[in-house]
Design a binder for this molecule. Structure first.
Ligand code: NAD
Ligand code: DAU
Length: 337
């Protein structure tokens, strides 16, 4: 069996990847290491709870007593664990530095002594390039992160690279655009707007709503990672982007239409400080390896809306039953309107 360590596997992308990989690779034994922060949910393992090829370990990647033994037995490490929400980083960024930067260091340091390690995938983000007013970001472009989350991810991205350059470790870095799909925590724009709109509540659109994101279905992201685990060069960076550039206003209108809700639910609110106007990735390098996004954006968005409509038992306890989410929502949105 191939020992695979997935960090942050109880989160949105990590859980989708774990389920995808268990289906695709009957010879993979996957260990998930996750701290179960507010964003990590055991319910995300629905369907693979009794799978003997999957083990869940609750723990902090920044704790060497937990991380070292797990990393040392791994052949493949897919490192998703992070604090991920830009708006929370703008409120206070300490946890982002602890997890995204220091936690990544602990894993990399442990990986130096992993005798069978074949690949360490550092899952980075298109946000490290900063706002791209026109054109596309290539892997060789300068990094210009502009918010504390993006800066912490840029730190981790370059730290991972340095462990290849210095110690020759089999590290690759992926920079990925905005993901969407099932099991995304309802603080991010798509699940937040879908779940608000299901209840006929206002959707808080930042600023003029003309900021652009490049949407990638999480399944296409999983396929890209799977390809890169098998076919990539250590020390290289790979952009993974969906090629679906959509301004936030259009995205919001599409969601409202899918739910038969009126545009009057759109509430233009105070903008995010330092709000990056646009991200857009050049994915030529990955496409040369044979990858293409396969999920059409209109279909993927309709499926995602349908998933939240049929999985109220997943998101209502967060939005309605979790006082921490409610106080976050108040702190984040009350001053905006
Ligand atoms: P998420 O917030 O849904 O999940 C993060 C997971 O990490 C959670 O399960 C959480 O419990 C876990 N975690 C946090 N701190 C931890 C710690 N100290 N130790 C162990 N586990 C910890 O995030 P996501 O959207 O699934 O993102 C996964 C990765 O992909 C992140 O590295 C993120 O930066 C990157 N990324 C995400 C997107 C996106 O659109 N969602 C785009 C680009 C890059
Ligand atoms: O680009 C990749 C990044 O995508 C990842 O690295 C991050 O982890 C992930 O959270 C995501 O960051 P964004 O800031 O782009 O995602 P978010 O869903 O927070 O916001 C998407 C856009 O929607 C952004 O332009 C801000 C806007 N927005 C967001 C929220 C939460 C609103 O207009 N209103 C909102 O309430």
């Amino acid at each position: 069996m191939v020992n695979v360590l997935v960090t942050g596997g109880a989160g949105f992308i990590g859980s989708n990847f774990t389920k995808f990989a268990l289906t695709e690779h009957s010879d993979w034994q996957i260990t998930t290491l996750d701290k179960l922060t507010y964003a990590g949910r055991l319910e995300n393992f629905e369907g693979v709870k009794n799978e003997p090829r999957h083990t869940f370990v609750r723990g902090d990647i920044a704790d060497p007593t937990i991380a070292i033994p797990l990393v040392e037995q791994a052949e493949i490490v897919v490192h998703f664990a992070a604090e991920t929400h830009v708006d929370r980083a703008i409120m206070t960024a300490g946890d982002f530095i602890k997890t995204d930067v220091y936690g990544t260091f602990v894993l990399l340091e442990a990986a130096r002594n992993a005798p069978k390690l074949r690949r360490f995938i550092q899952v980075s983000t298109d946000e490290v390039y900063g706002s791209v007013e026109e054109g596309t970001s290539r892997e060789t472009d300068e990094l210009r992160p502009r918010n504390p989350y993006a800066a912490s991810k840029a730190g981790a991205d370059r730290l991972a690279y340095s462990f290849w350059a210095t110690y020759g470790m089999p590290v690759i870095i992926t920079r990925v655009s905005n993901n969407y799909g099932p099991n995304q925590f309802p603080e991010k724009v798509i699940p937040l707007f879908i779940t608000n709109a299901i209840d006929g509540c206002a959707v808080p659109l930042y600023g003029d709503g003309l900021h652009v994101r490049d949407w990638l279905h999480v399944r296409d992201h999983c396929r890209a990672l799977d390809l890169l685990i098998a076919n990539s060069e250590p020390g290289e960076v790979y952009n993974i982007g969906g090629g679906h550039e959509v301004p936030n206003l259009e995205l919001t209108q599409r969601i409202l239409r899918l739910l038969n809700q009126p545009d009057s639910l759109i509430q233009h609110v105070k903008d995010r400080p330092g709000h990056d106007r646009r991200y857009c990735l050049d994915t030529t390098k990955l496409r040369r390896l044979g990858w293409r996004p396969t999920v059409d954006f209109a279909e993927g968005l309709a499926d995602t809306v349908a998933w939240y409509q049929t999985h109220e038992s997943w998101w209502r306890p967060i939005k309605e039953g979790d006082p921490a989410f409610q106080s976050y929502y108040q702190e984040q949105y009350d001053h905006r309107s």
